[in-house]
Write a protein that binds this ligand. Sequence first.
Ligand SMILES: [Zn+2]
Length: 499
Amino acid sequence: MQIAIGQLWQETNTFNHNPTTRGDFENWGTATGDQIVAEYGETGELGGFVSGCRDWDAGVEFLGLVRLACWPWGRVDQQTHHWIRDLFAQQLAEAGRVDGVLLALHGAMAAEDEHDLTGALLAQVRAAVGPDIPIVGTLDLHANITRQMIDNADLLVGYHACPHLDSFETGQRAVRGLRSMIERGVRPQTTWRKLPIITAAESHNTFTGPPAALYRQLETLEQQPGVLSAGLYMAMPWFDCPQLGWTVIVSSVEPQSHQQTVDELAAQCWTLRQPMSDIKRYPAAEVVSRALAHPGHPIVIGDGADATNSGATGDSTHLLRELLTQQPIPGGALTFLIDPDAVAIAEQAGVGGDFHASVGGAFSPEYSDPLPFRGTVENLLDIEFVLDGHIGKKLPIHMGRGAVVRSGDVTVLLTETSGPGSSPLLYEAAGLNPRECGIVIAKSPAGFRADYDPFVAGTYLADCPGCATPEWSRLSFRHINRPLWPLDEIERAEDADWC
Ligand SMILES: [Zn+2]
């Protein structure tokens, strides 16, 4: 049994105007052919594919296509997009005839010249392997499902958890679906429905948030005989592309229709939209003063608008300015900024040297200004670690050079490139201790809770400007289908013809 495997993974924030480049993918590790299983055979969805195929009696031989992944950022530039597609074309040609295809995808990935990179890749793979070979793709729960994806994949299997703690298991579920199709010689019927909704990621918690009960229903549904996949995709909202909105989808090999189930799930989603928009967030000055007044430590502040996990630029200075102003901070404060120029200045100053420069505000000056910062360089190092937790399982992280600079009670980790703003491992990789400090900043709207909740004394959400803000009126959407709630007032989901 010859199974082709590959990965194309990035979440694109189209309001981050800095393009994702070939260098970004190369920095995060590219692999082709046998390298994929050798190097990433235990990582995330790819790890789930390998583990799921291990006990398949038919005996699986993997044919590695391409593994490309990089951290959320702006649209993939045109040249890089064509490089990606050429790489897949070459590897598909080399693989020749296969019995099935497993692809680890995100589902909200766009290039400068392609709104739906996931769908375009699925169409390319379909054209290469022909209509009869089953193709299964895994997706993030924030995928924006398109008709192109549905038309070209036999089965789409998405995360059921936010924070995303189930990437590995999602890979295993994909294998279960592929195996059913191949062993039974059948293809599933897919019933799906778009909903004209986007909601703030702060409300997407599937363990404790409003959608929790829905995800438990999906899990139960997937246990039913014949149901290969049941998904609810809440869509990456900072994705100015056609067909943006939630999607409910059920794929089954049983003859009976799942239309009613999908309609019922969709109706429940529609009633959730209002409760999901009631989120308590505070402006920069207030959120820092609330954190200072909160008993116990550490207190984590989630800056969703600058969330590197949502493709924002990670260089907002709003909270840093307040931390510097509101000193003293018992236990000290920790934050990080993506700022390659500031890293270079710190390198020149050397460990123990004086740092005096503007930091932040360079990648998205429309949301925050550079901030003059004076301090002492405490450490210079490569920021490399292995992510386990939200989004990653055994995922190698490369954020380039890093510099730790301290000013009074405020310590800033400067890095060259973006990475997981949801994880305390980022600070720990730089020798800092987020478990013992007074205030720590997470650049993530929701996922950080999985990794911070176990040790923090309190959690607050900031309301600052940034390209991952849930204040939709601050963003200008041009390519989406309208109407879309809450940008437009809609009484009933059915009133959106495009769905
Ligand atoms: Zn996601």
